[in-house]
Every structure is written in C-alpha cells, then in structure tokens.
Design a binder for this molecule. Structure first.
Ligand code: F6R
Length: 252
C-alpha cells in the first residue's frame, strides 16, 4: 500500500485487485456489523467481480448478512426485454443477489422502460432513494472515458437519475457481452452525478493498466465535467482503491 501519492482524491494502492476487493469487503462487513440496515449503491462490470465473490464467501462462512440492507444499482440498459440475461438486473442476480441474503424486494435497479417512460422511471428511482433516507455507502467503477455510472463525459455535476446516450468507448467496452457492438443498447438510465455525490461514503475501484490513464486524470486533474470521476473531488468521504497497474501513472 502506498499512502504517499499526491492526488486530489484520497487513494490507496494495493498489490492486487484481489487485495483491494478484500479491503472493500472488509470495510462493508465492519459497517454492516455496526449498522445492519445500510443502504448500498452498487455497480456492475468486471471491476466488482472479486468484491462480490468475497461478499458471497463471507456470507457462506456466516460472517456477513445483508438481511436488513437495501441496495440501489447505478444503472440499467434500456431496450432489453425484462429478464434479458444481459441486463444488469440479471447480472446482479447471478453475481450477488442469489449468493447472499439481501431480500429481493429491497434490491433496486432502474426498470428497463421504453425511452418515453424514462423521465417518470428516473423520478421514481430518485424518490425510492429519498424514501430510505439516501445511500450510505456507494461503490463505483470507472469507465475508460472517466464515466461513473453511465454519466458520460459532459454530464453535469448536478445531474440526477435520467436517460443517457452511451458513448462509443462505452459501447465498444460492452461489445463482448453483447456479441458485437451493433447489439449493445445505445441508451440507459443512470443515477446522476448529483445523486452519487449525495451518498455518505463513496469508494471507487479501478484495476488494470487499461485504467491507468483515466485514473491519473481523475485523481490529479482540475475537476471537470469532461472527466466525470474527477467531480468526486471535494466529497467528504471518498476514496479510490487501486492495484499497482491502474496506479502506475500516479506520482509521475
Ligand atoms: C456499471 C457502471 C460503470 C462501470 C464502468 C467500469 O454499473 O456504472 O460505470 O463501473 O464502466 O466497468 P468495468 O468494471 O467493466 O471496467
């Protein structure tokens, strides 16, 4: 671990993605022990896989319960049929919800509605978050273009949950899952940056050399809407958890 890097946002560098995932899972376990009805903000993607595996392992070992917790995912694609195995809902079901004791009626993702219904669905999602008192602990990944959730470059710092058009880089990164870029949905509903910034604690994981450049920009540049993750600077409790590869350009 290297606590000496000079960055605008606090970060910790771990020897491996697995070590970082263990540290995040440990933090969550400690928080749940003190406050079992935690409200979580959760990501999909490659980055959180070892974290969800660790939560599943801790649960099987009787060391972690999400029985009183509530979850809100960051985003969901539009244009897929409900129940589509490539939806984020299905992904979360496989990776986490089926592995732990989080009650199904307290797991939330935006519904994959028709675009015309997206404004109403977005308001409903924000309202649900407000009704449970806001998000206590939010985990994020970061896209190669700096997006958090699906807040692509140019998203306003004050943005709320809404329909967004995905950028070319985001579509390219999802192509494998969908069997080609032409099959990737072009639209999604995402929590806004303003919504994310209201979470009481924010943790961001980024692993691998493909993230090194954007991690450097997000952590060291003047905060700008062109690099959405850089807008996390100034949040009262935010930390990036990196592996050596994603941190390789920091401190240069
Ligand atoms: C996923 C999400 C995205 C991902 C980001 C990184 O719900 O909101 O912001 O966190 O695209 O994706 P991976 O982890 O696949 O590199």
């Amino acid at each position: 671990m290297s606590p000496t890097l000079r960055t605008r946002i606090a970060c910790t560098v771990y020897p491996s993605a697995g070590a970082a995932a263990l540290a995040v899972a440990d933090e969550l376990r400690a928080r749940l022990a003190g406050y079992p009805s935690l409200v979580l903000g959760l990501p999909t993607g490659n980055t959180p896989v070892p974290f969800y595996q660790e939560l599943s392992r801790l649960h099987r070992a009787g060391l972690l319960s999400l029985a009183q917790a509530t979850s809100f995912n960051l985003d969901e694609y539009l244009g897929l049929a409900p129940g589509d195995p490539r939806s984020f809902r299905a992904w979360m079901q496989t990776q986490l919800f089926s592995q732990v004791d989080l009650p199904a009626n307290r797991t939330h993702l935006p519904d994959p509605v028709e675009p015309a219904a997206a404004p109403e669905e977005s308001r409903r999602y924000e309202q649900l978050i407000r009704e449970v008192g806001g998000i206590d602990w939010m985990l994020l990944g970061i896209g190669r273009n700096g997006h958090i959730g699906f807040n692509e470059p140019g998203s306003a710092r004050t943005s709320r949950t809404r329909l967004v058009e995905l950028e070319a880089k985001t579509i390219a990164d999802a192509a494998k899952t969908f069997g080609g870029e032409q099959h990737v949905p072009r639209r999604a509903i995402t929590m806004g940056i303003g919504t994310i910034l209201e979470a009481r604690a924010i943790r961001v994981m980024a692993f691998g050399s493909a993230k090194a450049e954007i991690v450097q920009r997000a952590l060291t540049a003047e905060p700008t809407e062109l690099v959405p993750a850089s807008l996390l600077a100034g949040h009262a409790d935010v930390r990036f958890l990196l592996d050596a590869e994603s941190a390789q350009l920091l401190g240069q």
